[in-house]
Design a protein around this ligand. Sequence first.
Ligand code: BGC
Length: 495
Amino acid sequence: MYAFKKFKCPDYNSNLGLFLSAIILLKPSFADNINGESFPSNFIFGASTSAYQIEGAWNEDGKGEGVWDHITHVSNISIADRSSGDVACDSYHKVDEDIAMLKHLGVDYYRFSIAWSRIVPNGNVSQGVNLPGVMYYLRLLEKLERENISAMVTIFHYDLPQALSFPTMFIDENYNSLYVDYARLAFLLFGNKVKYWITFNEPQGVCTSFLEKYSTKPGTDSYTCTHNIIKCHAMTYWMYDSDFRDDQKGQVGIVLNTNWDEPASQDAKDIEAAKRKLLFEVGWYAHPLVFGDYPDEMKTRIRLYTFPWESSRLPKFTDEEKSLIKGTLDFIGLNHYSTSLVSDAPDPGLFRTYEKDLGILKTYDPSWEKTSLDWFYVVPFGLRKILNWLDETYKVPIIITENGYVEDGSPFLDDDRRINYYQTYLSNVLDAIYIDHVNVIGYFTWSLMDNWEWTSGYTQKFGLYYVNFSSPTRDRLPKKSVAYYKKVLKTRRLV
Ligand code: BGC
């Protein structure tokens, strides 16, 4: 859309005036591309973090070792700056400061996660609960409530207790009950202060990137891991439903990560590959949890790439399991950052992994704005497209649980590119709501503050607030985007 649609020309008499107004008329106007509607009054806004990325205090007050403590202490060669989250943002000691930042922003919700090994040091509830860890989350929830900020809590955000690890408990179904016991404990202790529960953050990351690297059976374990996580989710959902929902009145969902995948060409194979990517990433979880089984496309493709004398590497749900898992999402949490172009990959040969079953190649349009991460481009229309796809496919309310911009630390506080990112992505959320009638009910930024960004360590920053990681006091400072987000939340509009 160009400026002449809305721009009212000033009354110039001189030729210079005409010349200038002609230039203004032809120049694409940033503001004009932005949706001018207000966010619905019941739309919720928030900011997100996760325990390992911000808390620090990795071994204080009885906390058990988590898998990331272990990885970063035993061999940190896979971490860009060889760092760890031992101190991170020191949020364990800075609850008041974190809450003051949330309050300043004016968010309706704070999304944070519980570190399993902080409240259950070796992962098994029957072997002991750590009271100081419990008190930390109770205090956080109480203070949030006092400031009128509601809580969305992630039960599991990548940080498995080390005692249940290597490579992960989720490849053994016998361990599922440990997750469900832990979730029950979380509902019992904190549930009267939590409106939205997330069982798992991005389980596909747990079952692919992490697992495929360390497993001796890649291409089999990934599917087993997902199979068990789906059952853990469903058991937890029904447990909440029967034992807690009436009193606590919360909602239970899962968070899935998906960038949008645009076919790289109009070739039928590329169109098919882009669809396959969505089904292997989102459908792998959402199809079972909404419809009761894996997408047919996944079943057929994995069968095709399994040796004829073996049973498919994708496990099957029994009829009983299908009815257990079906209809267990009150909402879908969407973590969305970027978009890629997808084409069909040539046949990979005999060796099978999840990636090879998926069989795609990714590229990027050179006209898209690049960020400091090689997979991350700024493509605002991708958010609108994935919202539409989710809504059409699953018809379950959607909450955008993470969306945000990355940079490598420069510029320091003047993060205009982040403001541009939020403005254009949020505009696409409004388009999805008002033009496409998508049922999207909330938006959370990633992240409240710069934090420990997994294998990127402290080299990549997603925060609205800057954190000084060289200072022992981990001082926080607002970036320019704080004022921007605050204004959006106050006015509930973008322009
Ligand atoms: C994860 C966050 C992570 C963010 C940015 C999401 O996939 O849930 O923990 O920091 O992406 O990479």
